[in-house]
Design a protein around this ligand. Sequence first.
Ligand SMILES: Cc1cc2nc3c(=O)[nH]c(=O)nc-3n(C[C@H](O)[C@H](O)[C@H](O)COP(=O)(O)O)c2cc1C
Length: 190
Amino acid sequence: MTVLAVNGSPRKGGNTSVMLGWVLAELEKEGFKTETFHVGGLEVKGCKACNGCAKKKDYSCVQDDAINGFIRKAKDAEALVIGSPVYFADITPETKCVIDRLGFVDLNNGNLLRRKPGAAVVVARRAGHVHSYDSVNHLFGITQMITVGSRYWNLGVALKPGEVNEDREAQETMSLLGSNMAWLLKKLKD
Ligand SMILES: Cc1cc2nc3c(=O)[nH]c(=O)nc-3n(C[C@H](O)[C@H](O)[C@H](O)COP(=O)(O)O)c2cc1C
């Protein structure tokens, strides 16, 4: 069983990647396997509102692309961590494509995400963190997931790739988030 992360940044080794790395390192330390789906920069599409997932009922979207592969994995995953940089005070379009399509397949296929822990991770130069954090948490709220927090909202302050390494509070927040998720996952297995 695996904790799946989504990186919605087109920058592969950027700040979102660093922050997700801090969360996942903590989970791995606690014995969990992790996998990251790097959707940022891929040419992906949003939900077409075709209701194909409601007709097929096989836990997948009719658009058979990289997001569909991720949706299939999400069904078997134990938890999700969704990371995005802030673009114009919101998540990136690729992150939104994942949320809309995963969310619609979930609602139309018997709630495959139900009671799984989920966490949002966001990074921005200056503003828009909380709105973007909320955008991700809306998925968790409507799919019966359990939202995991830390001692601050799960955010980092940085502009250039790797600059978030200078944000010590972000690192502490992400490590604690990973540790809280590991704790919850172990409790859920009891
Ligand atoms: C198109 C675009 C829009 C952005 N909008 C915002 C914004 O609204 N607020 C902000 O503080 N930073 C904004 N930024 C800066 C990024 O959020 C910041 O550089 C972040 O660290 C990028 O993360 P990454 O390295 O994971 O891609 C924007 C960057 C881009 C390319």
